[in-house]
Design a protein around this ligand. Structure first.
Ligand SMILES: [Zn+2]
Length: 170
């Protein structure tokens, strides 16, 4: 079961965004979006798997992928992962993925104490934040994890530290 089984869909935006696409491209695009949302971030371009999801040949998927890229619906990031500009990773930040293991969580709390790394207040409720967001390639390694309070964690969302400090006037 995925952490976020559904999301809000703005139908007028979807209709406008689909306008330039053929029927087949719409199907492929929607499937890619569903996968990105389901995984909480960019997905690997596993051609066989993706073709399987779409019920088409690998060759067909490649053609559709190239069209969707040309129409700027999807793009391939530096890591070779497929991503979509329509994917709002602020809504699908760190908590969109599998929770950290109990032992990892415990280790970080022992290291940092129950103090939020961002506001220095007691983290209650206590959350573990990915300093470089998971949805943007950040890892589950200890050095990328820190204790945060829910307020800071939600405010930071899927922003990097630099983006967050740039966006918040405090
Ligand atoms: Zn805080």
């Amino acid at each position: 079961m995925s952490a976020r089984p559904y999301h809000k869909r703005y139908h007028s935006d979807a209709l406008a965004g689909f306008m330039s696409l053929t029927l087949e491209e719409r199907g492929a695009y929607q499937t890619v979006l569903d996968l990105i949302y389901d995984r909480g971030g960019p997905i690997a371009d596993n051609e066989r798997l993706l073709a399987g999801y779409m019920g088409c040949s690998v060759r067909k998927w490649r053609a559709l992928r190239d069209e969707l890229i040309a129409k700027r619906k999807i793009s391939v990031n530096e890591g070779g992962l497929i991503t979509s500009d329509d994917f709002d990773d602020r809504l699908y930040g760190d908590d969109a993925r599998k929770p950290l293991s109990r032992s990892t969580r415990q280790r970080i709390i022992e290291r940092d104490g129950e103090i939020c790394a961002y506001c220095a207040r007691r983290a209650d409720p206590l959350e573990i934040d990915h300093i470089h967001p998971f949805s943007r390639g950040g890892t589950d390694d200890d050095e990328n994890l820190t204790v945060a309070c829910r307020t800071c964690n939600q405010a930071k969302g899927a922003l990097t530290l630099g983006e967050w400090s740039g966006s918040s006037v405090q």
